[in-house]
Every structure is written in C-alpha cells, then in structure tokens.
Design a protein around this ligand. Structure first.
Ligand code: DGL
Length: 255
C-alpha cells in the first residue's frame, strides 16, 4: 500500500504519474485541505502536520509513503525518516532535483515553488550535490497554489501573474524550469507559454514514479484506491476528478 500526501489537490498530479507507470499499485491519498497552504508555514508546523499524516497512513497499512508536497519534502522529509525508520519514504524534492539535473544542457536550472520550499534552499543544495557546476535560479510563486485550488488555470489574470513571477528567470537564460510545487503542473501550459520554447518545463512526478517502480512494493492488499481530505468541498471533488481523469470517492476525515 502506498500512502501519498499533500496539503491539497496538488499531490494528485503525482498520483497520476504513479498510476501511469504502476496502474495496479494501491494508493491511499491524503490531502490536508483544511490546513492548506503549507507553503507559508514554519518548519515546526509543517513537521507536525506531516507526522500526523504519516501516522494516519501507517495505521491504514501503508509501508511506503510518498511526500507529494515540495514544502513538506523540503522541511519534513528528514524528520519523517528519522521518526519512521520502518517506512520507506520518497519525496518529490529528491526526484525533482534528479530530473532537472538530467534535463539541463546549459547547466542553468530555474526552480519555482512555495515560499517555504524556496527559502529552505533545498533545491540549490540537492542540485549542487548532484552537479556543483550547475547554476540554480529560484523564485517563490506563492499565488500559484491558490490559483490552482480556485481552478483558475486558464485565466488571463493567471497568465499575467505568471509573466511577473517568471520575468527574472527568463533573463537568467535557464534551459530547464523545474516545477517545485506539485500544484504547478496544472499551470504547465501557462508557464511553458510564458517561458517560451527554449525552456523545458518539468515536474517531479514521473521521476518519482520511476523510482517507485524499481522497489519491491508490497502486494496482497485490496487494490481499491482510497482518497481522504481534512476538508471536503464539491469544488475539490471536481478538481480531483479533472486531474485523475475520472470521478473518485473522497472522504473527509479528522486525523
Ligand atoms: N503542493 C504543495 C507543494 O508542493 C504546496 C501547496 C501549499 O503551499 O500548501 O509545495
């Protein structure tokens, strides 16, 4: 059983990639919608929320956990590994950094994410561990999460905000832009349009799914996926269905 979590709907973009590669892998998803956003919270709070969710997923029988939230990956992945040595913990930051290093040709990578992720400098650190010659340019884009949660993914207002956020990165002549927030793949069209054809826009979900594929996932569990949130609105259900390409049953739960 694979437990996947995020602060909201964004982690479903990772579930979608996992399902492409491992269609039969049973997944339990938790979106912490009542406490979203994580991206403007302190490390202490993000660690507290993340460990509560990990505990819930562990009780549901998950032995593998995917942190499908960059903010939680940046600020709570090491903490979760320390307190849950018995769980296999994957995080989107490690996968995203590897994917970006593999993609760049001119060794100039841009990373966008929430304020918490960007201020943690986790991407600069991970990418320079993989290749110290690579220059990393970062930009926090905090409004993007709200625009996605509002489903404003095709609005001209969103394009305008994207142009403002991405202006500096364009000047830095990056050839790869990593979407360092799992909500951002939903804005990929707008972001790619603003960056232009010379910049490859990539996300971490596919790389993470390929890493999961290499490990021995436990079998013998019921194959029905389960979706939980800490606050449920019809809006969330609609957006989840749009991302996953099908309607799924979502339950509200207190953890
Ligand atoms: N999806 C989360 C991430 O990847 C961010 C959303 C939030 O700020 O809660 O960082």
């Amino acid at each position: 059983m694979i437990g996947v979590f995020d602060s909201g709907v964004g982690g479903l973009t990772v579930v979608k990639e996992i399902k492409k590669i491992l269609p039969d892998a049973p997944i339990i998803y938790f979106g912490d919608t009542a406490r979203l956003p994580y991206g403007n919270k302190s490390q202490e709070t993000i660690q507290k929320f993340s460990s509560e969710i990990a505990e819930f997923l562990k009780k549901k029988g998950c032995r593998t956990i995917v942190i499908a939230c960059n903010s939680a990956s940046a600020l709570a992945a090491d903490y979760l590994r320390e307190i849950y040595p018995d769980l296999k913990i994957y995080d989107v930051v490690s996968s995203g950094a590897e994917a970006a290093v593999e993609a760049t040709k001119n060794k100039k990578i841009g990373v966008i994410g929430t304020t918490a992720t960007i201020n943690s400098s986790v991407y600069k650190k991970k990418i320079s561990e993989l290749d110290p010659e690579i220059e990393v340019f970062t930009k926090a884009c905090p409004l993007f999460v709200h625009l996605v949660e509002e489903n404003w993914i095709k609005r001209p207002e969103t394009r305008k905000i994207a142009r403002t956020y991405l202006r500096e990165l364009k000047l830095n002549k990056i050839d790869t832009l990593l979407l360092g927030c799992t909500h951002y793949p939903l804005l990929e069209k707008i972001i790619s349009g603003v960056m232009g054809r010379r910049t490859k826009v990539i996300a971490s979900g596919e790389k993470l799914a390929k890493e999961l594929e290499k490990t021995d996932l436990e079998t013998g569990f019921p194959s029905e996926d389960e979706y939980f949130v800490s606050d449920l609105t019809p809006h969330f259900e609609k957006l989840a269905g749009k991302i996953l390409g099908k309607r799924v049953k979502i339950l509200k739960i207190e953890i």
